[in-house]
Structures are given as structure tokens and as C-alpha cells.
Design a protein around this ligand. Structure first.
Ligand SMILES: [Zn+2]
Length: 486
């Protein structure tokens, strides 16, 4: 299994720090607004990554922070005239709901910055004590020139940083130095959230919450740190400086994983361009499965171009896989009804759908006699093992489906192989987080219920001899392509 690390800029063999355990941390959201489809892309990707690592037999602890104190939150709450904690809780709740809708369920623990103030203050104090940070009247700053390797993740050096002024503050020794603690005493900060610290009332800078949280739960070193590509600099370089300075240990993590950007019709998504799409808005028009599949059709490190055309394509492709599984189930049922199966298999097939899924484990899909299927399975897992290449893995499925639909029609597939195929697609569903085995989607269930209501109404109309109305409804249904038998 190979993983690309942004630090080495190479694919490396996966080596864990401790046996089959993996500690994964991914930067979480700043909760001041609804999550957008770019967040969706990042968190669907890491959800898939965790799912696949677990499929490979690793036990993964996935930790994510929630930035619930920040300038954006404070400004937004001032605009709305509410407490910043109230605003943060509201959007945190909505974020977690959005993730659940997208079937992003693999985070083991969400750690809020404000629940870790003691750890944050303690880590800052140790940085001051070790001489990596200094105190001024405006706060506490990390002195970048004291950490020789600053910028090693982004490959930027200090000279370059001089032209990239992070923020301007006369009390800092260098414009590159970044805030660990921001003092917020005085009239101009009235109403802002503050915590007591050895340096006065204030709040933490952004970068420190991550290392305070990961140090608490994972220690100074762990396996994988993830986030969006835009976080490499300065955020992740700052994290490395903080924790490696405080612990004296290097590296912070074995692998740095970054997801690519999401553009909308070729442009960066932004409120000012008017192409900003929240997950909630998107899901009014597309199913969560469609969006998930759309995301996974691109490699997690590559940029994605979001367009209606590609979403429709993803929608059709999810249906193609589901239609195939439906055909496969029908072929299995046909064999069963004809009595063409061994007693052992007959017993399994008499179970209900959820129990059959467990029994599928008994049908190994590696190295079957079904050649087209074998190639598909091989390509799927070889691609997933190659830095989670979901587009190549998914691409293996469609030629197989095309061939197999023919094979099923011509009754060329044995019942054992059919069950092995179903087992494979159950695993694919688990890995990609899309249940392809569930092809009866809600819309069609709703449609059926609706048609029953209409049939009822028509029956009542006819009973009251209101044939004109009843016929009128029938004609309109026929126009929609819906057959009506009285
Ligand atoms: Zn972060």
C-alpha cells in the first residue's frame, strides 16, 4: 500500500508507528457558516481513506478539530448580534448533520478548540519557556527564525516569507512570526470571547489548537495528518514548527495528505463570484450518493471541476452499477427458484437481504474462474493500493458490468461466482461509502406511494360516477408515460 506524502513529494510505502494502528488527524471546519462543496470534497476523500485503511485491516482512530473561536466567527456573530459561542454551536451542528447526510461517518472524535484551552495555554507556555516564543503587549508569538526548518512542508524559506507578510504588527520581532495567543483586553474588544492566561485575557491563534489537540490525544508524533491543499502554508508549516519545537521530536507525522481544490466551472469558488455552493443547496438537486460518486471519480489530490454535466454523469454511473446489481440479484433469484443450487446455497438465499450480506463473506472473490471479474477485482485493489486511486478503481467496474450483463443474460455465470461478485460489490459499497446493493431508492418508493394515492382517488371518483375527472387523470398519467389499468 502506497501513500503520497506532501513532505517527500513521493509515494511511500505505508508503515505505521505501532503495529496495525493508525492515528489520523484532519483539519476540521471553522464553524461560522454552512459547509460548502469544497469541504464536502475534502471530508468525503478522508472518509474514503479511512474506510479503505480499515478494509485493509488497520484500526484507525480519526480525530478532527472544530475551530469554534476565530475572527470569522466573532465578526459574523457581531453582525448577527448573538454570542459567538451560540453561532459556533449552530454551525457545528449543521456541519455534523451535513457530514452524516453525505455518509461521512468515520470521524471518531470531534475536538473543539474551546474545550482544549488548558492544553493550548500549556503548549504556548512550554514554547515560551524553551525560547521559541516571546510575549509582547499584544500577545504571544512564535519566533520563526528560531526554528531552523520552518517552511519544510511548503518548501518556502524565510527570505521568501519576508515578501509574504502574514500580518503586520509592530510589536512582533519579525513580520513572519505568527500569533499563538492574542490579547483581547480593552474597550475595543468588548463582547469578544476571552479566556484567562498567564499573558492576560485573550484567545488562541489558529495554528496552536491543532497541535494542542493532537498532542493530547496522539502524543508528539503520529501517522497521518490531512487537510486541504490550501492549508499547507502557513497552517501546516506552523503546526510542524510548534510541535517539533516543543517536543524536540521530528517528524510530527509520517505522511502529510492533502486534497486538491474544487473549482466551479473552471473558477475558484467564492462568494464574490457568485458560484459559492453549500452542501445543503447542492443536495436539493442531487442525491448524497451522486455527489460522493462525483467526488471519488477524481483522485483525491487532483483538482476537481464541479459542473452540472459531470454531476449528471456521476448520477447515471451510480444507476448503472445499481442496475447491474439488480440484474445480478434477479439472476441469483432465478437460479434459486429453478432449484439449481446446492442445499448450502439454498439455505443462504432463503435468508433476508441483511443476513445474506454476512453470508457473502464465505464467497471469496479473489482468483475466481470468472475471468472478466478477476480482472476487475485486480484492477480495483491495485488502484486503491496505489495512493487511493479511486478513479482507476472505479474505471475497472464499467467494462466488467458491460461484459457481465451479457454473461448473466446468456446464463454463463455460476451461482458461486454470482455470489462472489455480490460480495465484491458489498465491499466496494463499504469502501466508497455508497450502498450499491440498495437499488430501490427513496424516490421510486415515493413515486409508488404517490401512484397508489392517485389510483385510490380515481377509484373513488368512478364510484361516484365522475368518469370525466377519472379519465382526465388517466390521460395525463399516460402522457407522463405511466400505464394505467382500471
Ligand atoms: Zn488545522
Amino acid at each position: 500500500m502506497k501513500i503520497y506524502s506532501t513532505m517527500s513529494r513521493e509515494k511511500e510505502d505505508l508503515k505505521t508507528l505501532f503495529k496495525d494502528k493508525i492515528k489520523l488527524f484532519v483539519c476540521g471546519p471553522t464553524v461560522y457558516d454552512d459547509a460548502h462543496i469544497g469541504h464536502g470534497r475534502t471530508y468525503i476523500s478522508f472518509d474514503m481513506i479511512k474506510r479503505y485503511l480499515e478494509f485493509k485491516g488497520y484500526s484507525v482512530f480519526y480525530l478532527q478539530n472544530i475551530t469554534d473561536v476565530d475572527d470569522k466567527i466573532i465578526n459574523r456573530s457581531k453582525e448577527r448580534n448573538i454570542e459567538s459561542s451560540q453561532l459556533a454551536r449552530k454551525y457545528e451542528k449543521r456541519f455534523i448533520e451535513d457530514m452524516a447526510t453525505l455518509n461521512v461517518t468515520s470521524v471518531n472524535y470531534f475536538a473543539r478548540a474551546t474545550d482544549h484551552m488548558d492544553e493550548i495555554i500549556d503548549q504556548i507556555q512550554r514554547l515560551v519557556d524553551k525560547g521559541f516564543a516571546y510575549v509582547t503587549e499584544t500577545g504571544v508569538y512564535f519566533e520563526v527564525s528560531k526554528f531552523d526548518e520552518f517552511g519544510k512542508l511548503s518548501n518556502r524559506n524565510i527570505e521568501e516569507l519576508e515578501t509574504h507578510r502574514i500580518d503586520i504588527d509592530d510589536s512582533k520581532r519579525s513580520s513572519n512570526d505568527f500569533a499563538l495567543w492574542k490579547n483581547r483586553e480593552g474597550e475595543e474588544f468588548a463582547g469578544e470571547p476571552v479566556w484567562d492566561s498567564p499573558w492576560g485575557k485573550g484567545r488562541p491563534g489558529w495554528h496552536i489548537e491543532d497541535t494542542a489537540i493532537t498532542e493530547k490525544y496522539f502524543g508528539a508524533q503520529y501517522d497521518i495528518h490531512g487537510g486541504g491543499l490550501d492549508l499547507i502554508f502557513p497552517h501546516h508549516d506552523a503546526e510542524i514548527a510548534q510541535i517539533e519545537a516543543v517536543s524536540g521530536k521530528s517528524p510530527l507525522v509520517q505522511y502529510w495528505m492533502h486534497t486538491g481544490f474544487l473549482n466551479v466551472s473552471g473558477e475558484k469558488m467564492s462568494k464574490s463570484l457568485g458560484n459559492f455552493i453549500t452542501i445543503r443547496e447542492l443536495l436539493k438537486e442531487y442525491s448524497p450518493e451522486t455527489f460522493r460518486f462525483f467526488v471519488l471519480l477524481t483522485h483525491y489530490r487532483s483538482p476537481i471541476d464541479f459542473s452540472e454535466v459531470s454531476l449528471h454523469q456521476a448520477e447515471r454511473n451510480v444507476s448503472r452499477i445499481k442496475n447491474y446489481i439488480e440484474a445480478l440479484d434477479e439472476a441469483i433469484a432465478a437460479e434459486y427458484e429453478k432449484g439449481n443450487v446446492s442445499d448450502n446455497i439454498a439455505e443462504i438465499l432463503s435468508l433476508d437481504e441483511s443476513e445474506i450480506r454476512e453470508e457473502l463473506l464465505g464467497f471469496n472473490y479473489h482468483g475466481t474462474a470468472y475471468e472478466a471479474f478477476d480482472e476487475c477485482v485486480d484492477q480495483f485493489f491495485t488502484s486503491m493500493d496505489d495512493d487511493f486511486s479511486t478513479p482507476k478503481a472505479i474505471a475497472a467496474i464499467f467494462p466488467f458490468i458491460k461484459q457481465s450483463n451479457k454473461d448473466l443474460e446468456e446464463k454463463k455465470v455460476s451461482i458461486e461466482d454470482m455470489l462472489a461478485v455480490k460480495h465484491f460489490f458489498a465491499d466496494v459499497s463499504e469502501i466508497l461509502g455508497i450502498d450499491f446493493l440498495d437499488y430501490k431508492d427513496e424516490t421510486s418508493a415515493n413515486d409508488e406511494a404517490l401512484l397508489e394515492i392517485i389510483a385510490d382517488v380515481r377509484a373513488k371518483l368512478r364510484a361516484e360516477k365522475k368518469y370525466d375527472l377519472s379519465d382526465d387523470i388517466r390521460d395525463k398519467l399516460v402522457q407522463l408515460g405511466i400505464e394505467v389499468s382500471d
